[in-house]
Design a protein around this ligand. Sequence first.
Ligand SMILES: NC(=O)c1ccc[n+]([C@@H]2O[C@H](COP(=O)([O-])OP(=O)(O)OC[C@H]3O[C@@H](n4cnc5c(N)ncnc54)[C@H](O)[C@@H]3O)[C@@H](O)[C@H]2O)c1
Length: 363
Amino acid sequence: MAARIRIMRLGLAMKAIQIPLGLCSLASPALSPSRASAELAPGQRRCSVKPGLVKEAAVELTAGKVAVVTGAASGIGLALAERFARAGLDMVLADVEQPALQAAEQKVAGLGVKTLAVPADVSDEAAVNALAAAAVDRFGAVHVVCNNAGVASDADPWFGPVSTWRWVLGVNLWGVIHGIRAFLPLLAAQRESHFVNTASAAGLIPATSPAYDAAKHAVVAISEDLYRAMKVAGLPVGVSVLCPGWVRTSIYQAKRNWPQSLGEVPPPAATAEVMSPHVRRAIDEGMTPAAVADLVADAIAADRFWVFTDPQLTQTALDRWQRIAEGQDPQTEVDLPGFPPAKQVVAEIRRLLAGQRGGSQPG
Ligand SMILES: NC(=O)c1ccc[n+]([C@@H]2O[C@H](COP(=O)([O-])OP(=O)(O)OC[C@H]3O[C@@H](n4cnc5c(N)ncnc54)[C@H](O)[C@@H]3O)[C@@H](O)[C@H]2O)c1
């Protein structure tokens, strides 16, 4: 046991050492500006901050600051944009759904702040880089970046088309990666800034949707890595990860944004017949996006990493980790807040699958 703990500590120490090295390409040219450009390899980006010399400060959400929100046309993203605008921040709203984006911009502009709407697909690196450039062109600075756009799919992850994985990982994971990479050089060069990456409670508890769970677990992990890297290097960039439970949004209609480039929209999985009504109800009865936005604003003001919305889900994650620590296999039946008892859901799924098997293979 003691040896295992030592190995874990060593692993953590190695991680802490590797992170600033990983930042070197970002930060070192600033230490010797005269040599900077000649030494940058293609694809390397530069930041003009001396690591360790900037005081750490939480971003005050006040007039004169600028926030960028992806997935801002609806749900949590729109609520974030409205919350920031009420605090007086000028807003850059990005989304792939153009009519909804325009409507959202009008709504936010109605709160009396300057706005910029940028149609952008966050799974596309060039589009996110263009978003960052447009924000700087318009406002000259960005203080808060919410990598929030996300989609969910009810398609079969194992027997359905692989395009489901490409879509869900493309938006939910690559969207966050592109957002961090596009904005980090800018944010690191300012005295105060903050990233908010939207993960999910599904980033702590694999539950029902493998592609979604995978993307959200990865968002939690890279957010934690980024947080640690910023602290170790002394860069003035706060990081929060938002892990909501059920929230009353349009996430269940995410297929409205299925990109034609990925071919046909995959059909729902067989189990969707059971799961869909439960998920829909949980979302319809979930927290309001405005309440989530308040929690995010509080976390930014306090420079706090974790943003949880549902203590019961946090407890479920804790129970999972207790089983992991004890080396126990995953549970088949995990009770989720907002859902009927897991026993009932599993029984419904087994009945459905047995009926289907019975239909196609008599006897
Ligand atoms: N609603 C929930 O219960 C819940 C729970 C946990 C996490 N989340 C996460 O919250 C985030 C926001 O989702 P929501 O619940 O507000 O859903 P929503 O559908 O209301 O909002 C998502 C927004 O993202 C936009 N979008 C989709 N694909 C995009 C792309 N490729 N590029 C840019 N924008 C794109 C949509 O047009 C939409 O405006 C997502 O990351 C989601 O995974 C939601």
